[in-house]
Design a protein around this ligand. Sequence first.
Ligand SMILES: [Zn+2]
Length: 101
Amino acid sequence: MLNPETVEQCKEILYLYENCLSFADWRVRVPRPSWTAVRYQDEQLVWHEERFEGKVARLVLHEIDHTNGILYIDYLTSADELIPVRPSIDDRDPEPEAALV
Ligand SMILES: [Zn+2]
């Protein structure tokens, strides 16, 4: 997907958690439309327009944000909204081996 640009979006906004390899240890709740239509070029530079829904729409919009220099942490309004992916030491099961059964 080259030179992607959003051409239409659903007005319904869903707030769901996202992860990102740029900050792999943190989740952030990000507002995104439930579907989006994107115009983009393929590897032969042919233009396409495609509608994406649900998790795929969220993924496509996340990656388009990256191409525009926007990271998911840019949606934060407070550091309290950062959620660790792994539990803290205090939250861990005291006998993790038993949990693997
Ligand atoms: Zn990312």
